[in-house]
Design a protein around this ligand. Sequence first.
Ligand SMILES: CC(C)(COP(=O)(O)OP(=O)(O)OC[C@H]1O[C@@H](n2cnc3c(N)ncnc32)[C@H](O)[C@@H]1OP(=O)(O)O)[C@@H](O)C(=O)NCCC(=O)NCCS
Length: 218
Amino acid sequence: MKVVIYGTGPTALVFYHEVLTNGGMEIVAFCCAEKDISEDNYCEKPLVPFENIISKFPPDEYEMLPMFGHKRMRDRLEAHNAVKNLGYRIPNYISSKANVEDGVVWGEGNVVYSFSHIGFGCTFGNGNIIRQQVYVGHQGKIGSFNIIAPAVTIGGKCIINDLSFIGLNATIATYAELGTECLIGAGSLVTKYAEPYSVSFGSPAKAFRYHNDTGVMF
Ligand SMILES: CC(C)(COP(=O)(O)OP(=O)(O)OC[C@H]1O[C@@H](n2cnc3c(N)ncnc32)[C@H](O)[C@@H]1OP(=O)(O)O)[C@@H](O)C(=O)NCCC(=O)NCCS
C-alpha cells in the first residue's frame, strides 16, 4: 500500500522511523497545512500542502494516515474527519513485531508499534496509537483516537473510551474504565475508574484537574 502521512510533528517522525525499521507500509509523501510548510521535503519524502494533496496523490491511488500527537488531542479526531471527507481510505498499521491474538476487531487508522501485545477479542475504534511494549489484555474495548504511551499495561476486559492519553508505564487494572478524554499520568495505577475529562495520576490514580472545554492538551 502507498500511503501519505498527514502530519510533520514528533508523532509522524516517530512513526516514520518505526516503518523504516520494521517495514509493512510504503510511505510515499507527507502533508500538512500550507502555512506550516517551509521546505519541499520531510524525511526525504515530498512534503505537500494538505490543501493540494488530492491533485498530487489522489485517493483512488493512495491511502492517507493522519499522525497527529497529543498537543491537542481533539486535533486527532478533526484530522481523521478531514481525511475521510477528501475520500481517502485510512489504513491500520500493525507492526510485524507486535503480537496480536485472535478475534481482534480493528476500525481504521490504528497504529500498533513493535513489541506490543493485543489480547484475544479486543475491539478498537479508529485512530488509536499504541506505542512500544504496551500490553492490552483480552477482550478490551478501546474506543477512538487514544494515545497509549510505551510500556503501559491494560488488564483484561478494560474499557478505554475516546481521546484519552495514557502516560508512560501506567497500569489500568483488569475491568477498569477510563471516561472519555482522560489524561493518565506516567506510572499511575487506575484501579477502577478515571473520571471523564480528568487529569488523574498516582497509585491509586486520583483526579487533580479537569479540561472539559479543551480536552487533553500538553
Ligand atoms: C500528570 C501530568 C500530565 C501532570 O503534569 P503537570 O500538570 O505539568 O503537573 P506538574 O509536573 O506541575 O506536577 C504537579 C504535582 O503532581 C506531581 N505529579 C505529576 N505527575 C505525576 C505522576 N505521573 N505521578 C505522580 N505524581 C505526579 C508532581 O510531582 C507535582 O507534585 P508537587 O506539587 O508535590 O511538586 C504529567 O506529570 C505526566 O505524567 N505526563 C505524562 C508524560 C508521558 O507519559 N509522556 C509520554 C510521552 S510518549
